[in-house]
Design a protein around this ligand. Structure first.
Ligand SMILES: *Cc1c(COP(=O)(O)O)cnc(C)c1O
Length: 497
């Protein structure tokens, strides 16, 4: 059965999956959502024993109905291969009595690889299907991890070029090096003097610039997005929640049909929304716990029903979650409004004008099993130290926010369901803060000098991604102010490649 996508901000037109992936964002500024969430074809028992690639095929087939099975197979083969340093692609690790779903075994050692290793392939097929001859220009704002994962995914992909903006000083040293050493003729990396929200709003404004759009079409170019607003990012993220449940069942860690709680360290709300989609597809999932750091807009939202970004932006040790405007929340708002585009559009307009909006009591009731929690820097560091001392397992700062929130939840909860924690980055990526959490004596040591000590302490091999960042030559040094972003884009588009 064919599935269509529509905008969260207006009714009247629908597009096929491949068109939604190509466009990234709807013309009215809304996000594409499927007109309904498809059910899984197989039962969880039937998925027992399936490989990651097999589960991926089932999920992608359900959502991306205008791709053929051969096309999806080819994308899956190219995406989930030896770039991942674990044959399970997303291995589960039991630590104490919770399960960490390690989503960082891909090329850039953050969970963004789960979707960004397949998106370029989905996009080039989408271009072919829709007879698009234009060069696809990927324009992306990053809080650190998306940028590198998108660069790695799109580097030297014919018919594409990519421009990444990141907040100068807002990412870890290793994250920055990973981006600035990126090779590939079609890659461009620019630091901005501002924070992630500035970068994201700047990119959104460039997307909406009608004049630029015309100029580009005349040159045979068009924009698309690799940010998690693209449905082609969201759908591949549903896969690992389905897969994780099947694996827990396979290993006798969960009883048939028993509910699994999931805690997700959240920034732009993409990862946790994928867990919600998995639940709607039929995976027995209980609570969806949204973990924030000190930028706790989402925690306040789930508690009060008011989303208010008017507050100080705090730089934390979990920079990929330093976000005050969680773009993907719009998809949930649309859903809890009873798929009412008008209501959603009004709330999003309020967000843009006043920086806040309030949902109705009715809508709040529809939030169902979502729950917010947050962890401050102290709790986050304490979780890393405690877990290391008690078990030898070392997690990164983002995962630690989730682990801390999940621990508080489990102490108070009236049920004792198994808990899955989405583990979103390799501790190597944030080794400075991870080591400082384990022992204060590392606080003043340069991050680069902590890589070897961390290896000795954690017994985890240094990932290839870190070696490459350390040995690579810095190729991108451009820095600009926020209002200059559009001109920087224009300059880059003038370049021959
Ligand atoms: C992007 C990212 C997050 C936040 O994920 P969202 O889908 O934006 O909510 C959390 N942790 C890490 C390490 C990330 O890279």
């Amino acid at each position: 059965m064919a599935l269509f996508y529509k905008s969260t901000r207006s009714d009247g037109y629908t597009v096929r999956a491949s068109e939604a992936i190509l466009k990234g964002l709807s013309e009215d500024g809304g996000l594409f959502v499927p007109t309904e969430i498809p059910r899984l074809k197989s039962t969880m028992e039937e998925l027992v024993g399936c490989t990651y690639q097999e589960v991926a095929l089932e999920v992608l087939q359900a959502f991306l109905t205008d791709y053929t099975e051969e096309e999806l197979q080819s994308c899956i083969r190219k995406a989930y291969d030896e770039k991942f340093d674990d044959p399970y692609i997303a291995p589960l690790v039991k630590v104490g009595d919770v399960y960490f779903l390690e989503l960082f075994h891909g090329a850039t050692i953050a969970f963004k690889d789960m979707a960004l290793s397949i998106l370029p392939h989905l996009m080039t097929i989408a271009a072919r299907k829709n007879n698009v001859k234009n060069e696809i220009v990927i324009l992306t704002a990053t809080s650190g991890d998306t940028g590198k994962a998108a660069l790695a995914g799109f580097a030297d992909v014919p018919g594409t070029r990519i421009i990444v903006f990141y907040p100068k000083g807002g990412v870890s040293k290793i994250q920055e090096l990973q981006m600035t050493t990126q090779k590939g003729n079609n890659t461009n990396v620019v630091a901005i003097e501002g924070n992630f929200d500035d970068a994201q709003s700047g990119v959104k404004a460039i997307f909406e610039e009608k004049g630029l759009k015309k100029e580009m079409l005349a040159k045979g170019m068009q924009f698309s997005s690799a940010n998690s607003i693209n449905i082609g990012r969201l759908v591949p993220q549903v896969v690992y929640y389905v897969y994780a449940y099947a694996k827990l069942l396979e290993h006798g860690e969960i009883a048939k049909d028993a509910l699994l709680n999931i805690t997700v360290p959240t920034g732009n709300f993409g990862n946790i929304l994928a867990a919600y989609y998995a639940k709607e597809m039929g995976v027995p999932i209980g609570k969806l716990i949204c973990a924030s750091n000190e930028n706790k807009v989402l925690f306040d939202f789930f508690r009060t029903g008011t989303y208010d970004k008017n507050r100080d932006f705090i730089l934390t040790a979990s920079p990929s979650m330093d976000i005050l405007i969680s773009s993907n929340l719009e998809r949930l708002i649309y859903t809890i409004a009873g798929q009412d585009a008008e209501v959603n559009a009004r709330l999003m307009a309020e967000l843009k004008e006043k920086g806040k909006y309030e949902i109705t009591v009715e809508m709040k009731k529809n939030l169902g099993d979502f729950l917010g929690g947050y962890a401050g820097e102290r709790e986050t560091f304490e979780m890393i130290r405690k877990t290391y001392e008690q078990t030898g397992y070392v997690m990164d700062t983002h995962t630690a926010v989730a682990a801390s929130v999940s621990e508080v939840y489990r102490q108070k909860a009236e049920e004792n369901r198994p808990m899955l924690i989405a583990s979103t980055a390799s501790p190597y990526k944030f080794v400075g803060n991870v080591m400082a959490a384990i022992d204060k004596k590392y606080s003043d040591v340069d991050e680069m000098d902590l890589i070897q000590p961390f290896k000795a302490l954690s017994h985890v091999e240094i990932p290839a991604a870190v070696e490459e960042a350390l040995l690579g030559q810095v190729l991108h040094t451009k820095v600009c102010k926020v209002p200059e972003m559009i001109n920087v884009v224009k300059e880059i588009l003038e370049k021959e490649q």
